[in-house]
Design a protein around this ligand. Structure first.
Ligand code: NDP
Length: 306
């Protein structure tokens, strides 16, 4: 069985940064990139708040660069999803979706978070046929069409703004009478002429036929039910942490976020560290994820060399 000193789960800012630091510390890290190599940033447009890029940088370009940096420094980057983990004793035993089993002296969990869905049957039926959780991935297909975005946070506002540049009209379906987003993002969507906010509204059903989504049935808090004509339905209602594979062994909070020890990345299992969105319900920024990846690699180095 293959044995590695430092196994990293997840190819986002946290995982790649951990790989950069672990490589430079001679830990010979092996990193499995997971379902979405590059992580959530590959589904955003320009990142304007990542320091060092005066004029901003595309999310995909930032991730490609982090990945290339980790590879250049010697990290072994692999396509693959970790499907099982036995963390009951050391070395830890990790199973990959291709059937490989690996022994690891230390483990850094940087598996990120995944978009939430409403849980409607029609949402599942039309997934990939008009229902999407990624405007930058799929917005292109709705050029000059009408679409809806669900949610009132920063993600929803960003997605609505992005889609407003492509689509003829964007509805924002917001369940309260306020947006949760930052004031700047609120201002942006409110001042975009082809964005219409449907306040106090929930989606009752996504309507469609064999060709895909054709509309949505909306229920307003006052009891009114009405339909909107749309071709695309975009979810932007938050994320859940990808901690399930490890949750038998690793302590999580009530929402599934991995609990770490104080300012460190240490989990309740010695030799297992967590970084990035999987342990961060609060900040969830690329820069904070990268910083926590750095911490995890330093913690792993200290653990392995002690
Ligand atoms: P948030 O949790 O901030 O917002 C989720 C939104 O979805 C809320 O408006 C919430 O409504 C709504 N919602 C949740 N569940 C449902 C449901 N079942 N039906 C209808 N609406 C629902 O998530 P985001 O992904 O927007 O943001 C996550 C974090 O990332 C935040 O801290 C945000 O600031 C940050 N972020 C920062 C960006 C940047 O700095 N450029 C860009 C994007 C995100 P309600 O308000 O009623 O709870």
């Amino acid at each position: 069985m293959e044995k590695v000193r430092c196994l990293i789960a997840g190819g986002g800012p946290a995982g790649y940064t951990a790989a950069i630091y672990a490589s430079r510390a001679n830990l010979s890290p092996v990193l499995y990139e997971g379902i979405q190599p590059g992580g959530q940033l590959t589904t955003t447009t320009d990142i304007e708040n990542y320091p060092g890029f005066e004029n901003g940088i595309a999310g995909q370009a930032l991730m490609d660069s982090m990945r290339a940096q980790a590879a250049r420094l010697g990290a072994d980057l692999r396509r693959g999803i970790i499907t099982g983990a036995d963390l009951s004793s050391r070395p830890f035993r990790i199973t990959v979706d291709n059937g490989d089993e690996i022994e690891a002296d230390s483990l850094i969990i940087a598996t990120g978070a995944t978009a939430k869905y409403l849980g409607l049957e029609s949402e599942t039926r039309f997934r990939g046929m008009g229902v999407s959780a990624c405007a930058t991935c799929d917005g292109f297909f709705y050029r000059n069409r009408q679409v809806a975005v669900v949610g009132g946070g920063d993600t929803a506002c960003e997605e609505a703004s992005y889609l407003a540049n492509i689509c003829s009209k964007v509805y924002m379906i917001v369940r309260r009478d306020v947006l949760r987003a930052s004031p700047a993002m609120q201002e942006k969507v409110k001042s975009t002429p082809n964005i219409e906010i449907l306040w106090n509204c929930n989606t009752r059903e996504i309507l469609g036929d064999l060709s895909g989504v054709t509309g949505a049935r909306i229920l307003r808090k006052d009891g009114e039910v009405f339909d909107i004509a749309i071709d695309g339905f975009f979810l932007a209602i938050g994320h859940h942490p990808n901690s399930e594979v490890f949750s038998r062994w690793i302590d999580t909070d009530e929402n599934g976020y991995i609990v770490t020890d104080g300012k460190t990345s240490r989990t309740n299992v010695d030799g297992v560290f967590a970084a990035g969105d999987v342990q961060d319900p609060l900040y969830r920024q690329a820069i904070t994820a990268a910083a926590s990846g750095c911490r995890a690699a330093l913690d792993a180095e200290k653990y392995l060399n002690s």
